[in-house]
Write a protein that binds this ligand. Structure first.
Ligand code: T6T
Length: 337
């Protein structure tokens, strides 16, 4: 199928996800063997629930793989759920239902720093320990711990990488999801701090795609129409980055515009190979999931919170040059476990 046909055929993300989620709903769980039940590691089989930020996102699929493997090893049972859109309105009823099921602990990636405080507080009020994975809330002290990347640092890494790619001069922009998501807001902050050092870089600001790659692609093509001399784009997460990549593909401007994006899904890796994207900041979602389960089980066993409540996981920068190196491949995201 030609690229243009591929682009023309693109359907709205929600439509795509409606289809995918129907299949993925099954695949999502299936992808990771549907709950540990391993029975190893100390006899007590805790029931854990992981609520991701959005389904159909390989960042969270990879996180689930790490979490399921740890649950298997520790003999815990892990069920995974998530909303079809990265929104507190869709995530809250899922959390409320999970609380009703009274699991031993909940791991959650809150979809908004403010709106998810009260729903998470109600879990804590019912003595269900909560571990925050990836994103956080304003009142994070109510959680046992938080495991995430250092997103400000990640944004600075992206800013430095993009500045180098464009020769430290020219117009750049950021495409992010929506204000109020702790991770992508921190990446934007880090990126802005990094490029401030370069007097010849003109920052056009941030546009939001509501986690829709089709919208991110049209933001890219529209910005290129109004700024035909655009030189760089930072995509703050999977769908912002995938959209920037397809926008560059659609306009054929890959030799003019450099794109650095957060995350490393199979689609993003393909765009990197083809030159529509020039650098990826891969997080380690498998480690976030693994550590989240271990901390939850340890807390259930001992009642002790970890010494440090903020546990920070690493990054791996992927380029066309190092993409096939084993130490990079290891951190590319999975579509299934
Ligand atoms: O970038 C990740 C995650 O860290 C962020 O909180 C939300 O977006 C992703 O899931 C990727 O789509």
């Amino acid at each position: 199928m030609s690229k243009d046909a591929e682009v023309e055929r693109s359907i709205s993300r929600r439509e795509f996800l409606g289809i995918a989620a129907a299949g993925a709903g099954v695949a999502f769980l299936g992808a990771c063997g549907g709950g540990g039940q391993g029975g190893g590691g100390g006899g007590e089989s805790y029931r854990l629930t992981l609520i991701v930020g959005i389904t159909g996102d390989e960042f969270y699929t990879t996180m689930e793989c790490g979490a399921q493997a740890a649950a298997q090893e520790l003999g815990a049972e892990l069920n995974v759920q998530g909303p079809e859109a990265f929104s507190p309105a869709e995530q809250t009823p899922i959390l409320n239902a999970a609380i009703q099921a009274n699991p031993d602990a909940i791991l959650i990636a809150p979809t908004d720093v403010t709106a998810m405080v009260a729903p998470i507080q109600s879990a804590v009020n019912q003595d269900i320990p909560v571990v925050l994975v990836d994103t956080t809330i304003k009142k994070e002290e109510i959680a046992v711990a938080r495991i995430s990347s250092d997103n400000v640092k990640g944004g600075m890494l992206a800013g430095e990488a993009l500045a180098k790619l464009i020769g430290e001069e020219g117009k750049v922009m950021v495409i992010s999801v929506t204000p109020g998501i702790s991770t992508t807001d921190q990446r934007k902050q880090g990126f802005e701090e990094a490029i401030k050092k370069y007097p010849d870089i003109e920052y056009l600001g941030t546009e939001y795609c509501d986690d829709d790659p089709v919208k991110a692609a049209s933001i890219t093509t529209a910005t290129l129409r109004s700024n035909p001399d655009l030189k760089g784009i930072f995509g703050a997460n999977v769908f912002s980055g995938q959209g920037a990549g397809s926008g560059i593909r659609q306009t054929g401007k890959k030799d003019q515009v450099s794109v650095v994006a957060f995350d490393a899904t199979p689609t993003q890796v393909e765009d990197l190979r083809k030159g529509n994207v020039d650098g990826l900041i891969a997080q380690h979602p498998g480690d976030i999931g693994d550590k989240g389960v271990r901390i939850a089980v340890e807390y259930l066993k001992s009642g002790e919170e970890p010494a440090k409540k903020q546990i920070t996981t690493g990054f791996t920068t992927a380029t066309r040059e190092n993409l096939d190196k084993p130490e990079v491949k290891e951190y590319l995201y999975k579509a299934e476990c």
